[in-house]
Ligand binder design. Structure first.
Ligand code: PMP
Length: 395
């Protein structure tokens, strides 16, 4: 059997392309923030993670340019050996302080951060418990570690507790959750989850990719609940609110010291380039000084959810800038995605196994009321294709 044989048996994507409904790898000519340019036409972007709209901010752009002038375009090596900049360390110090922790470690993507941290912490003898809706980078980190992996019901501390109680008493155990779930936009029940972890001697990591810049005036999920000390490690990405690329793990000094010497995705991969590091640092400073940006992103999403409810669209348990529009199946998802694009609105189609079928929409601090209303008009015009809410039970 030739391992390349699967190239010709993989036909699903070609069929969708032939039907004119292929939604992935869509080339964009301009990507300024709340609007993008596609085939020379301006489209309202309701599918980005640029929650604060900082990718176009003049201060962030200027910082990236200045970093290129000072340090060049790349460090061409791992931080471990020859690619460590004072700029990386400055960003680490400010991130740690922003999250109320002792130290941080900057890596080249959020994906690599979860992969490196989880795989460095666990051995095949250990147990790891993750939420049913955990991000792929968490799952992949667990798999790489070889630890025994169990998934608990989404955001259900009772389900986590039952799974922890079933483990052998002396088993080393780690729990990993998202602070904000990227497909549903709901917030982790951190008070209950952290209580259960503490009661069962489990260490807790929160992936705050979608909480940073969004909750608690941007300070993230642990701060939102006043539970900074209950969370052992936080992982973040710079590719969303911080308008850049990269990731970091934040925690106690001894944990970060260990990870610096054990996270293979850090040690064996080139460091975050100067421009990306400077962009993330400048965006972090803007967020620190202007927390109203975080409130504005949530306010825009609250407005959208309210208007959608008025036209009978159920947005589930979303409480953040991520607002899912649930669909009955794959065909409706792709058809809706296409129709909305034709109406000038960009959204992300999500299909199983990533999550149940839906359009993932998201909102930015920089969306204008007029842009939101135009998007809402498009959603309302196509709402008949969305999954209809369950009828109320007869009394
Ligand atoms: N964690 C979560 C919850 C994410 O949504 C993402 C990105 N989609 C990542 C980690 C990975 O981040 P990055 O883009 O920096 O690799």
């Amino acid at each position: 059997m030739d391992v390349f044989a699967r190239f010709s048996t993989f036909t699903a994507a070609r069929e969708v392309i032939a039907a004119g409904l292929y939604p992935y790898f869509l080339p964009l000519d301009g990507h300024e923030g709340p609007t993008v340019i596609r085939d020379g036409r301006e489209i309202i972007m309701c599918g980005s993670n640029n929650y604060l709209g900082l990718t176009g901010d003049l201060r962030v752009r200027a910082a990236a340019r200045a970093a290129v002038d000072r340090y060049g375009t790349s460090c061409t090596g791992s931080r471990f050996l020859n690619g460590n900049l004072t700029l990386h360390q400055e960003l680490e110090a400010e991130l740690a302080s922003f999250y109320g922790k002792q130290a941080a470690l900057v890596m080249s993507t959020g994906y690599q951060t979860n992969l490196g941290v989880i795989a460095a912490l666990l051995t095949p003898r250990d147990h790891v418990l993750i939420d049913q809706d955990a991000h792929a980078s968490i799952i992949d980190g667990c798999r790489l570690s070889g630890a025994r992996l169990r998934r608990f019901e989404h955001n259900d501390a009772g389900s986590l507790e039952r799974a922890l109680a079933a483990l052998p008493e002396d088993a080393a155990r780690l729990v990993v959750v998202d602070g904000v779930y990227s497909m549903e936009g709901d917030i982790c029940d951190l008070p209950a989850i952290s209580r259960v972890c503490r009661a069962h001697g489990a260490r807790l990591i929160v992936d705050d990719a979608h909480g940073l810049g969004v909750l608690a005036g941007g300070r993230g999920t642990p701060a939102h609940f006043g539970l900074t000390d209950e969370v052992d490690l936080v992982t973040v990405t710079f590719s969303k609110s911080l308008a850049s690329l990269g990731g970091a793990v934040i925690g106690d000094e001894d944990a970060i010291h260990y990870l610096r010497h054990h996270a293979r995705s850090l040690m064996f991969s080139a460091s975050l380039p100067p421009a990306d590091t400077a962009a993330a640092l400048t965006a972090l400073r803007i967020l620190r000084d202007e927390p109203e940006l975080a409130y504005r992103a949530r306010k825009n999403a609250t407005y959208v959810r309210g208007e959608l409810a008025r036209v009978g669209v159920d947005t589930g348990s979303s409480d953040t800038p991520v607002v899912p529009l649930h669909t009955p199946g794959t065909t409706e998802t792709l058809t809706l995605w296409r129709r909305l694009l034709d109406r000038g609105v960009y959204v992300n189609p999500v299909l199983p196994p990533a999550a149940s079928p839906r359009l993932r929409t998201s909102y930015m601090a920089s969306h204008t009321p007029e842009q939101l209303d135009r998007a809402l008009d498009a959603f309302a015009a196509e709402a008949h294709l969305l999954r209809q809410p369950e009828p109320a039970a007869a009394t």
